[in-house]
Ligand binder design. Structure first.
Ligand code: NAP
Length: 280
């Protein structure tokens, strides 16, 4: 049987449609459009593209994007001060600091400066802790996208063996916790993992979050496994060799058109929730 395509474009469209009507209600009540502030430090071309895509999504659902551009030589303190300014701006419902920031900046300190109520990208340590403990919190957007695709297409997780390749604070680690909370048996792999192909071969669900094009090979995949490819590399390729691995799988996220579009939609959804909470 042909593998099921976990269609992110379609799911993102469904999410956005629901958000537009919710935003209209917020505007009716408050008289202004909710604002998502996006901070970009430096001019990394991929980040510039992501920020533009997020701004466009914001407009599509009826919200106002606020782009804050800061120079490459911005200090940690200057960025912290800017985030605090946005924390105190009543029109700003959500704050997103585009990752990665230049390496001289303490990124986690800046993430942790974003107030919990405005942390719609789910990057601060408190949000991560609460999510891990199953408490209400904004989720890190890409892991949330992955879980939404899994749920939308009815992929079974209970008792399944999930292998996450990558342990970054915004992707690998939080998605592993989310899978664990759904009763999967989770293994997290990283650059020190010994015999990665053997571990991946055990997986009923593989989540690739490595940042290396076509890194996960078809002959590492168990027949019928579900492939979630969060990778997005130059040339529109993911972290799994999907061309050869997808036919072995039972379901997979395409690249592009899988995890990416839903990530942006989930960011919008959490911003709308933040705006709704303010008027409750
Ligand atoms: P990252 O911070 O660079 O983390 C990469 C992870 O991969 C690290 O944990 C690293 O291990 C691990 N790794 C590197 N080489 C490895 C190897 N040979 N074997 C096993 N593990 C290895 O990357 P990220 O920010 O999590 O992003 C991962 C991918 O997701 C990228 O392709 C990125 O473009 C994509 N992404 C997509 C979205 C989206 O919305 N679609 C959003 C964010 C990121 P160590 O910890 O040991 O170094």
């Amino acid at each position: 049987m042909a593998p099921l395509i976990l269609d992110g474009k379609k799911l993102a469209g469904e999410i956005e449609q629901d958000l537009s009507s919710r935003v209209e209600k917020i505007i009716e009540k408050t008289g202004y459009k909710p604002v998502l502030a996006t901070i970009i430090v430096g001019e990394d071309p991929a980040s510039v593209t992501y920020v533009r895509m997020k701004g466009n999504a914001c407009r599509r659902v009826g919200m106002d994007p606020l782009k804050v551009e800061m120079p490459e030589n911005t200090t940690t303190q200057e960025l912290v001060d800017k985030i605090n300014e946005l924390n105190n701006d009543y029109r700003v419902c959500g704050i997103l600091l585009q990752h990665p920031v230049p390496s001289h900046i303490d990124e986690q300190k800046c993430f942790n400066t974003i107030s919990r109520e405005k942390d719609v990208d789910g990057v601060n340590t408190d949000s991560f802790g609460a999510m891990t403990m199953g408490l209400p919190a904004f989720f890190s957007a890409t892991p949330f996208s992955i879980m939404s695709l899994i749920k939308r297409y009815g992929v079974e997780l209970d008792g399944k063996e999930a292998v996450v390749v990558g342990r970054s604070p915004i992707l690998g680690k939080p998605v592993a916790m989310m899978l664990l909370n759904e009763n999967a048996t989770v293994t997290i792999c990283h650059s020190h993992t010994v015999d990665l192909p053997k571990i991946v071969k055990r997986a009923d669900v593989v989540v690739a979050a490595v940042g290396k094009p076509k890194f996960i090979q078809a002959d590492w995949i168990k027949e019928g496994a579900v492939l979630i490819d969060a990778g997005y590399n130059p040339g529109n390729v993911g972290d799994i060799d999907l061309e050869n691995a997808a036919p072995i799988s039972s379901a997979y996220t395409p690249v592009p058109g899988g995890v990416g579009p839903v990530t942006i939609a989930k960011l919008m959804e959490q911003t709308v929730i933040a705006a709704e909470k303010k008027i409750l």
